[in-house]
Design a protein around this ligand. Structure first.
Ligand code: GLV
Ligand code: MG
Length: 303
């Protein structure tokens, strides 16, 4: 499966930024028709994205469009404008239930059919950004085989909850964790909300490390300067790889003597610990060879 460590947002009504974004070293572009675009610019953004897509011709990254929500009444027209061969998927904001994803699935299928595109090829990334969606996240992830990832939207989530937003993000910790667990249960990726303070690289690094710990595999970025910081967090460090190799070696030695656990640096290494080390090495190897995350994709649930 393709890597999705960074997904760079570009406002749909800024063709200059869309052109520049093509050469950024991000794993995916997200041309935004939703909250980066004010209501009076919606029609212009839709037209500009429709015109830009066939000309993008990027081979090294995926191209998504974040359409407007179904509740806005704009989603159907957005979809009709943007479904074309240059598009890899749709990001759906403010999806509230599995029924929203099923509806999107049907609309995409009919557009794929009408336009002679391979059926079922377009991917879907639903935003989980309300209390209801957080609670139903696993069902939303499993509502269509098109869903490749869940996106956690902290800004809209805190609006829905009626709570203040802080730099540290304690107020979203439970919901964020729930999205990561739900995504994993459905064998799709978890993608974290963008870090809005784009001049604060330290803060971005801290937050990205935290969400990697929680189970996220990638993060939306709102500025090219954030890409490198996020990428470095989602690649196992040299120290982690080194430690994993030592764990695997120590365990192999113990197993050869018929033992299921061994002490290493004053800690016990048993089967789950060695399994985690093996997975980390497989991830590092997949990243090195460009094969992506073999482990993370096994056994995706189909509804
Ligand atoms: C992103 O869409 C957010 O609401 O945080
Ligand atoms: Mg949002």
């Amino acid at each position: 499966m393709e890597l999705l460590r960074t997904l760079l947002f570009v406002p749909g009504n800024r063709p200059d930024m869309i052109v520049k974004a093509r050469s950024q070293p991000t794993d995916a572009l997200v041309l935004d028709l939703e909250d980066a675009v004010i209501p009076t610019e919606k029609a212009t953004a839709r037209r500009l994205v429709k015109e830009a897509l066939p000309r993008l011709e990027v081979k090294d990254k995926l191209v998504f469009v974040r359409v407007n929500s179904f509740a806005s009444g704009l989603a159907e027209d957005d979809l009709r404008a943007v479904v074309c061969p240059g598009l890899d998927g749709i990001s759906l904001p403010k999806g509230e239930s599995p029924a929203d994803i099923e509806k999107l699935d049907r609309l995409l299928l009919s557009l794929e059919r009408e336009r002679g595109l391979p059926m079922g090829r377009l991917q879907v990334i639903p935003w989980i950004e309300s209390a209801r969606a957080v609670l139903d996240a696993r069902l939303i992830a499993g509502a269509s085989p098109r869903v490749v990832a869940l996106a956690f939207g902290a800004e809209d989530f805190t609006i829905d909850m009626g709570i203040p937003r802080s730099q540290e993000g304690f107020e979203v910790l439970w919901a964020r964790s729930q999205v990561a667990v739900a995504a994993r249960a459905a064998r799709v990726k978890a993608l974290d909300t963008p870090y809005m303070n784009f001049r604060d690289n330290e803060g971005l690094l801290r937050e990205t490390r935290l969400v990697r710990q929680l189970g996220f595999g990638g993060k939306f970025v709102i500025h090219p300067s954030q890409i490198e910081t996020v990428h470095q967090v989602f690649v196992p460090t040299a120290a982690e790889v080194e430690e994993a190799k030592r764990i695997v070696a120590a365990f192999a030695e113990a197993a050869a003597k018929g033992m299921g656990a061994v002490a290493l640096d004053g800690r016990v290494v048993d089967i789950p610990i060695v399994e985690r080390a093996r997975r980390l090495l497989a991830l590092a190897e997949g990243l090195r060879t460009g094969e992506g995350e073999a482990e993370a994709t096994e056994g995706k649930e189909t509804p």
